[in-house]
Design a binder for this molecule. Structure first.
Ligand SMILES: Cc1cc2nc3c(=O)[nH]c(=O)nc-3n(C[C@H](O)[C@H](O)[C@H](O)COP(=O)(O)OP(=O)(O)OC[C@H]3O[C@@H](n4cnc5c(N)ncnc54)[C@H](O)[C@@H]3O)c2cc1C
Length: 511
């Protein structure tokens, strides 16, 4: 509920607007910050001179904070406070963004330069239902909060693989998980969303309530529909939260055999054993002697004998045993531990781009490597010794995952079993020197274009762009197919008829 002080501010702002002859007049973000400060309990709004502001203006990718400063951060403590904040922003026509875990790579992805950034950091509720089948997760949680709590209960959810990543952004874009082989992506396992609409109204979306919104939120992202304040997600039994993990580092010269093994795993292995999960990453690092392949293999079923547990290998991963390795680390580990082990530290500039091709022919995946290596050589030459770490990641979307995505009437991503099996190809880099920003973006875009052209020339193109790995110039929702794109637009129009979110929530992918 807006306080009387806030009403005064709003009335004052409106009076000023009426008095101003210029029709483009809009109150400043400072006015909105002050109005929100009056509407919410003390301490929720933080200005640039406060230590809390400095903590909040801390993002995984430096590009989100370099020369970017919101007029204030607002940190609501519950859905009602989120609703009050949205009402003020809408009435004062103020640009804003929302920070979940702040892991978007590009500038402005979840931080609003000169506007208001709503930081969900206090929305950290975490409740397991009495039947252990549902976990209600506040939108400000990081995955480590979730996995640490669930490991002790012997439960898991289909969620993020990396500790510090935000629950919100990952689920809203899709969400690849250790358990995707059995249950699909994270969005396929949401039973209910609590969401604050552009009007400030709080509604729920589930298979039986506001079904169109429920469909749209499963892959349609957040910034077009509202601010999700709670996700009720399916929980699954997993003793101790433990999974089997093998991390291999393979010399770069063996990339063709490593990629062939991964392609075979995608097309044959994973559909035959849906407890298997894996990704394969090519990189160039001096400490690894130049080019190398990092392959992580996960299995939800554990070997029986404790003594040999670390050494035994699930049958589905046997073909990886004959690959030459620089290092091999097998472990049985719970989700919170592995998610910490593979966490990626803050402090670099980052870019992420992606595309999807059909996974049926290993030679396409092998022939992509020289395209990426050309790009890497160019970057290293221009960087002249300043830190640059490039990555090319292959992430399987096998038939069993595509089938699991059909749960609850299917999601909005537009990925069909008949198109599969698919390979998500992700191009990322981290670097230190801001002078390289433009080159990084242009060159990444160029390589993605070349990969798409090569796939097309072999009749193996697909073109799905996963929002959570996408560059800010990529056409994410168009890649879901014309029907899904049109339907998403319709749903957005229904729930935000005045297009408030489209106008004010800038910086991320718009329908
Ligand atoms: C190190 C690392 C590991 C990763 N691992 C995985 C992985 O295992 N699987 C996977 O699928 N992806 C993974 N990703 C990608 C990840 O899913 C995206 O970066 C995701 O956007 C992160 O969510 P966030 O809340 O941290 O990001 P943010 O940057 O805070 O948010 C992303 C977008 O969602 C919006 N948003 C945030 N919260 C809400 C909300 N509650 N309601 C509406 N909109 C909201 C933001 O405004 C922004 O537009 C990883 C990323 C990184 C950097």
């Amino acid at each position: 509920m807006l306080s009387s002080g806030l009403n005064k501010i709003l009335l004052g702002a409106l009076a000023l607007a009426t008095a101003a002859s210029c029709t483009l007049w809009s109150p400043s973000s400072d006015t909105a910050c002050k109005a929100i400060d009056l509407a919410l309990p003390h301490g929720r709004v933080n200005y640039p001179d406060s230590p809390t502001y400095a903590q909040e203006n801390n993002y995984w990718s430096i590009r989100q904070t370099d020369n970017i400063a919101p007029a204030c951060f607002v940190a609501p403590k519950d859905a009602f406070e989120v609703a009050a904040t949205v009402k003020v922003l809408a009435s004062l026509n103020t640009q804003f963004s929302v920070k979940g875990g702040g892991h978007t790579a590009f500038a402005g992805g979840s931080n609003s330069d000169g506007g208001v950034t709503i930081d969900l950091m206090y929305l950290t509720t975490l409740n397991v239902s009495s039947d252990r089948k549902t976990v209600s997760i506040g939108a400000g949680n990081r995955w480590i909060n979730v996995s640490e709590a669930l490991d002790t209960l012997g439960l898991v959810v289909v969620g993020g693989r990396v500790a510090d990543v935000g629950v919100s952004g990952l689920i809203l874009g899709g969400g690849l998980s250790y358990f995707s082989g059995m249950y699909g992506w994270a969005c396929d396992n949401v039973r209910n969303y609590e969401i604050v609409l552009a009007s400030g109204q709080i509604v729920n979306a589930s298979p039986t309530k506001n079904e169109d919104l429920y469909w749209a939120l499963r892959g349609g992202g957040g910034s077009n529909f509202g601010i999700v304040t709670r996700f009720d997600v399916a929980a699954y039994e997993q003793p101790g939260g433990n999974i089997w993990h093998n991390s291999l580092i393979i010399p770069g010269a063996a990339n063709a055999s490593a990629i062939s093994a991964y392609q075979n795993l995608t097309v044959n292995g994973m559909p035959a054993d849906n407890k298997a999960h894996s990704y394969m990453v090519l990189t160039h690092m001096d400490m690894l002697g130049g080019y190398a392949v990092i392959s992580d293999l996960f299995h939800a079923d554990l070997p029986n004998t404790a003594d040999s547990a670390h050494e035994s290998v699930p049958g589905v991963f046997e073909p990886f045993e004959s690959l030459p390795t620089i290092m091999k680390t097998k472990s049985i580990v719970n989700v919170s531990t592995v998610s910490r082990e593979i966490d990626v530290p803050y402090g670099s500039r980052q870019t992420w781009w992606d595309t999807t091709v059909k996974a049926t022919d290993p030679s396409l995946l092998i022939d992509i490597v020289p395209l990426w290596q050309d790009h890497v050589e160019k970057l290293l030459a221009v960087a002249k010794g300043s830190a640059v770490t490039p990555f090319l990641a292959y992430q399987a979307i096998p038939l069993n995952v595509l089938k699991a995505m059909e749960a609850n009437g299917g999601n909005a991503l537009g990925l069909k079993q008949s198109d599969g099996p698919l390979m998500l190809i992700q191009l990322t880099a981290q670097w230190a020197d801001s002078a390289l920003d433009d080159l990084m973006e242009r060159s990444s875009e160029e390589v993605i274009g070349k990969i798409n052209d090569l796939a097309k020339s072999r009749g193996l193109s697909h073109g799905f762009v996963y929002a959570n790995y996408a560059g800010n110039r990529q056409s994410v929702f168009e890649s879901y197919g014309a029907d899904n794109h049109a339907k998403l637009k319709q749903v957005a129009l229904k729930w935000d008829p005045e297009g408030i979110l489209r106008k004010l929530w800038r910086g991320y992918f718009k329908l």
